[in-house]
Design a binder for this molecule. Structure first.
Ligand code: URA
Ligand code: SF4
Length: 199
């Protein structure tokens, strides 16, 4: 089965999912979108107001900033894949709860297994902590390339956080600007990650 087909089937599963209570308040689940053959995948936290209405990831203010950052490094949404840790909007945009993350995690892991990105850019602490555990600080590790098995994890601040806290915007931009060189190095397999974390 090709990647498109597997992802489509998984999306159908998500549309019917009621593994956690978030299905009750969602308008639409937000499965994710983009190139199933992308070398680079972005993982956010959870749908917000507009994402829930449209059923698409990063279509609100944070999405506009994300698009701008992508444009600055010559990428469009066709080059990448974007998903979230949580597929249904938490009411009032509250933080996702640990049991909701656990319930939804298999969908993201399956997306990663199918797409096989070389680099996963985590946006914000929820996506980062999903891969490295809760004790690791994003303030310390943002912009550092980490390796988990065959996949590189590149932690970034969340664009929504940078919209609310101006001092985060500069490091977010700087980390973004390094993406092309990181991707090039990783593709050539000549890079040595700056940090190895053992899981
Ligand atoms: N914030 C996220 O983490 N994900 C979205 O899809 C939109 C905003
Ligand atoms: Fe299912 Fe995830 Fe939605 Fe919960 S958030 S209902 S686990 S798709």
């Amino acid at each position: 089965m090709n990647r498109e087909k597997i992802l489509k089937e998984l999306e159908e599963e998500v549309k019917k999912c009621c593994k956690c209570d978030l299905y009750r308040s969602r308008t639409n689940p937000v499965f994710g979108m983009g190139n199933p053959y992308a070398k680079i995948m972005f993982v956010g936290e959870a749908p917000g107001y507009y994402e829930d209405l449209k059923g698409l990831p990063f279509v609100g203010q944070a999405g506009k900033l994300l698009d701008k950052l992508l444009e600055e490094i010559g990428l469009t949404r066709e080059d990448i894949y974007i998903g979230n840790v949580i597929k249904c909007r938490p009411p009032g945009n509250r933080d996702p709860l640990p049991h909701e993350i656990e319930a939804c995690k298999p969908y993201l892991l399956k997306q990663i297994e199918v797409i096989k990105p070389r680099i996963i850019c985590t946006l914000g602490r929820f996506a980062f902590h999903l891969f490295v555990g809760k004790k690791v600080s994003i303030t310390k590790y943002h912009g550092k390339l980490l390796k988990k098995e065959e996949t590189y994890i590149y932690p970034l601040f969340h664009p929504a956080a940078a919209l609310h806290r101006a001092p985060l915007l500069k490091p977010l931009k700087e980390d973004f600007l390094r993406i092309p060189q990181i991707l090039e190095k990783v593709e050539k397999e000549v890079s040595r990650p700056e940090q190895f974390l053992l899981f």
